[in-house]
Design a protein around this ligand. Structure first.
Ligand code: ADP
Length: 593
């Protein structure tokens, strides 16, 4: 079978070689074993069950949590001329009957089902009448209450083995905490499953985190200036923030669209489509957006505030760079975000859950503020090991950055808080330090204090950074109404017994230049690349499919580099298989020639 395996890989899927663990997964499925495969987003999980399906006689049943996800997968398979269909609540009963008839007649290789559909007596009986190759449980972490996307309907999947004791089950997920792994194996009753766990490390994603200054818009624009016209997602924490940011971006000439649960279903669908089809390149969204998005050329993901957990964060940044091309993610945060998450938890009754969430919130804050390699931290969080990435995150690039002593400035800050009786918040304290003539300051006669105006040599933005550093070191805490309070450490610093330092680069956020290293870049003819992209757009519009389903950006770059001149030379390009060549080969060759 091995020759056929490689032939299908190239002819049908267009890939020259298997990626890490794909071949082992395919082999396990071919030997009818149960399988749990944990591979990061973009690792290439779909191929692991799609390829064996083509080698087997029957139909593969894929359980997937989201209609959008199923639609994408079905569209993608159909684009490769493979027979696939789905059954979900989104279809009329006539459409469903047609799909069922096709399955009955043995005309389908893939049938996608939502978990609630599967869980009916009728469906189970129907499935028993088919020649099933194996079951695929996609996004299998949804079965675990410890996962971050628990789905009640997934619970019913625990009966699958009882109904189909001789059919293997293959579970796929990108989430790999031990707890979730254990739940998947147990809840699905997997029998001696083959366990394949890929490296957490997403080498093509460059990670950085910055303290958010005010609303973070200036930092965001600095970031976006490196990603002109590229596809990206910006996550904001509330519907209001999504709307405000989206409006700001549109006013400033960006092609951005909003996405959140407050919009009508129709608007959400339209915005989703326009984003997938490159009519708008930026999606500003709450976390309601993203699960199941299969757009492989997303070049950046920005979080405007701290996500709830590292699982969420990893999943959300995972949407960038599924095509393996260089991508960049930015996390903007400040200490206020963590306080906000904690406030939400105040109302939660279940104390075990609450404690678990609290520790997760503290962990993600530690992640963001730590000076350790971000990839390494993520790997360790998911029980993986990794050497520091060296050049794929800000912490590593800045690793040998100079520290700057800020004891004197911190003393000024603490004195000001002390002399104003620990009764004011950040803005007021900074205004006093910078000698503001605000009415409130003058009315309180703060201009008579010895500390008034002693901090004019430092910009307001930088005072905020110093404040963040001081909060991070627990020298200050926030009291009621966000009033700043001194801790015992503050006294030691005021007495000169303790020093405070900060990574120097943090004080120059506005002028800091980013040096994002490109790891997978190679030279290609950019003019030709643009022409190929245009051709791809034209074909995509004609066929009504997303552009990346025709060829990925990476394949186009290879074409623009290798400049194949006939079928044989074109088939050598990674990403071009027999099928794709038949459909599009000549049109692209024409552009190249
Ligand atoms: P996952 O489901 O693990 O997030 P996908 O199955 O969507 O990942 O695959 C991500 C991308 O990787 C897709 O664009 C796919 O075409 C590509 N891909 C998968 N396998 C290979 C391979 N062996 N070689 C090159 N590209 C691959």
């Amino acid at each position: 079978m091995s020759d056929i395996k490689y032939k299908l890989l190239k002819d049908i899927f267009g890939h020259n070689s298997f990626r890490e663990l794909q071949e082992e997964g395919v082999d396990a499925i071919m030997q009818n074993q149960d399988l749990l495969m944990i591979l990061p987003t973009g690792g290439g999980k779909s191929l692991v069950y799609q390829l064996p399906t083509l080698l087997k006689n029957g139909i593969s049943i894929v359980i997937s949590p989201l209609i959008a996800l199923m639609q994408d997968q079905v569209a993608s398979l159909k684009a490769q001329n493979l027979s696939a269909d789905m059954i979900s609540s989104a279809q009329s009963s006539t459409e469903v009957s047609e799909v069922l008839s096709k399955a009955r007649r043995g005309e389908l290789k893939f049938l996608y089902l939502s978990p609630e559909r599967l869980n009916t007596e009728w469906t189970l009986e129907f499935l028993k009448s088919l020649n099933i190759n194996f079951f695929v449980i996609d996004e299998a972490h949804c079965i675990s209450q410890w996962g971050h996307e628990f789905r009640d309907d997934y619970r019913a999947l625990s009966n699958l083995k009882k109904h189909f004791p001789h059919t293997s089950i293959c579970a796929f997920t990108a989430t790999s905490t031990e707890h979730v792994k254990y739940d998947i194996i147990n809840n699905l009753n997997l029998q001696n499953p083959v366990l394949l766990k890929g490296k957490i490390f997403r080498k093509n994603i460059f990670i950085s985190a910055q303290r958010r200054l005010q609303n973070g818009y200036a930092q965001l624009e600095d970031f976006l200036s490196r990603h002109k016209n590229e596809s990206g997602i910006i996550y904001a924490s509330s519907r209001k923030k999504v709307e405000a940011l989206c409006e700001y971006l549109v006013d400033n000439g960006y092609k951005a669209l909003p996405y959140h649960a407050g919009l009508s279903q129709k608007t959400r669908e339209e915005n989703f489509k326009d984003f997938v089809n490159d009519k708008a390149n930026i999606m500003v969204a709450t976390i309601a957006f993203g699960m199941g998005i299969d757009k492989s050329d997303i070049r950046f993901v920005v979080h405007m505030s701290l996500p709830k957990t590292q699982e969420n964060y990893y999943q959300e940044i995972g949407r960038a760079g599924r095509d393996g091309e260089d991508s960049e993610v930015l996390l903007l945060f400040n200490a206020g975000d963590i306080a906000q998450h904690k406030r939400f938890l105040d109302e939660v009754q279940n104390s075990e859950y609450k404690e678990n969430q609290l520790s997760k919130i503290n962990n993600i804050y530690k992640f963001a503020t730590s000076e350790i390699c971000f990839h390494k931290q993520l790997a360790e969080y998911f029980n993986d090991t990794l050497e520091p990435c060296k050049d794929r995150c800000d912490n590593c690039l800045d690793g040998d950055a100079k520290k700057q002593d800020i004891t004197k400035e911190v003393q000024m800050l603490l004195s000001t808080i002390y002399k104003t009786n620990q009764s004011f918040g950040k803005n007021y304290i900074i205004d006093v330090l910078r000698g503001s003539k605000e009415q409130k300051i003058l009315a309180n006669e703060a201009d008579k204090l010895s500390v008034y105006g002693i901090g004019t040599h430092i910009s307001k933005k930088e005072w905020f950074v110093i404040l963040e550093r001081v909060m991070e070191l627990n020298i200050l805490t926030l009291g009621d109404f966000s009033v700043l309070k001194l801790t015992n450490d503050a006294v030691d610093i005021l007495k000169g017994k303790k020093l405070v330092d900060i990574r120097a680069s943090r004080l120059q956020i506005s002028i800091k230049e980013k040096k994002v290293k490109q790891v997978t870049e190679f030279d290609y003819d950019e003019e030709l690349f643009e022409a190929l992209r245009e051709k791809r757009s034209e074909l995509a519009s004609e066929m009504g499919v997303p552009a990346y389903l025709i060829f990925s950006d990476k394949t186009l770059k290879h074409l623009a580099n290798d400049k194949p001149y006939d079928k044989v030379s074109m088939l050598k390009v990674n990403g071009v298989g027999e099928k794709k060549y038949e459909q599009f080969g000549e049109e692209f060759l024409e552009v190249i020639n």
